[in-house]
Write a protein that binds this ligand. Structure first.
Ligand code: GUN
Length: 303
């Protein structure tokens, strides 16, 4: 079954292409809002410190926001910035009518209390969907702002499978940023959902029984080919940099070649879920701007 010399059985889910089309549709909406309503959706991105991976992610968020016509603010603070200074910036952004979305890149330096920072963001501008108000809205089955990576996973799953009702799904990982909200979104789409984690017993057998397998744990190539049900849809959220020979390469949480020989469809790394996270950040910013202005939310910005 895992003869890697064969061509992959799975359809490769083109997240990069899907994200590019979504960004274009969002750019069209932004242009229309500007000309018809005089509304210019604005996103403020905040990076504290100089973690190299975070700098790459933040650079991509700012660049794509600008390219899609959003007003885009890029706030860079030194690693030693006191928590009070960051909270003061968030209060200014909360009060700024030109800003509809605020994203504070995580992780934050250790001397800053992450939950206090997230709690300081106006829930209506919390385009990361991490504020307890938005997490609570999702848990209660009400419409709020949903974390970007789970939103992107849902868009790819709906595109790959159509109706998700009744499908058996496992989400490996229970983070507040991905695993938990994605499980709730799958539940809202009428999937039967299991959340697996480090204490789950016989994880390979559990995964092998599911139609949808999502890996969001941050462990390079943990999910092997024989964990995948033949024909299943595999969504790989992991982005792990690992040494390979002289260089380093990006790999997901799924052993891609093995899994692609068994799955029906699979996201690659890079080019799968990653680009969707940025596109969904723009979708959330557009949604926040429309809600603030009392305008209908366009379908591109809905899970
Ligand atoms: N760090 C890694 N992913 C994310 C994300 O989606 N949002 C924020 N704020 N920080 C992150």
């Amino acid at each position: 079954m895992n003869d890697l010399s064969r061509a992959p059985a799975a359809r490769i889910i083109d997240g990069a292409g899907f994200a590019a089309r979504l960004r274009q549709r969002l750019a069209d909406r932004v242009a229309a809002l500007k000309s018809a309503q005089g509304l210019h959706p604005g996103l403020a991105v905040v990076l504290v410190g100089d973690d190299p991976a975070s700098r790459v992610y933040v650079g991509s968020k700012v660049k794509h926001a600008r390219e899609a016509g959003f007003l885009s603010q890029d706030h860079r603070l030194a690693a030693a910035t006191p928590e009070g200074e960051l909270l003061a910036l968030i209060r200014r952004l909360n009060a700024d009518p030109a800003i509809h979305g605020i994203l504070v890149q995580l992780p934050l330096p250790k001397h800053i209390d992450q939950s206090r920072v997230i709690a300081a963001i106006d829930p209506a501008k919390d385009v990361d969907g991490l504020h307890v108000v938005n997490a609570g809205m999702l848990a209660a089955g009400r419409d709020g702002l949903v974390p970007c990576t789970p939103l992107g996973c849902m868009m790819l799953l709906r595109d790959a499978l159509g109706d998700l009702r009744g499908r058996e799904a496992v989400v490996v990982g229970r983070s507040a940023l991905v695993g938990k909200p994605l499980a709730l979104l799958l539940l809202a789409a009428d999937c039967t959902v299991t959340i697996a984690h480090s204490k789950t017993r016989d994880l390979p057998a559990l995964c092998r029984s599911k139609d949808i397998l999502v890996a969001a744990v941050g462990r390079p190539e943990m999910v092997r080919g024989d964990w995948v049900k033949p024909g299943a849809t595999v969504i790989d959220v992991g982005i792990n940099r690992v040494p390979r020979g002289e260089k380093s390469v990006l790999v997901g949480d799924v052993a891609f070649a093995e899994a692609a020989a068994v799955a029906g469809a699979i996201t690659p790394v890079p080019g799968g879920v990653g680009p969707m996270t940025v596109a969904c950040l723009l979708a959330n910013t557009l949604k926040a701007a429309c809600l603030r202005a009392g305008l209908p939310v366009p379908p591109e910005a809905v899970a």
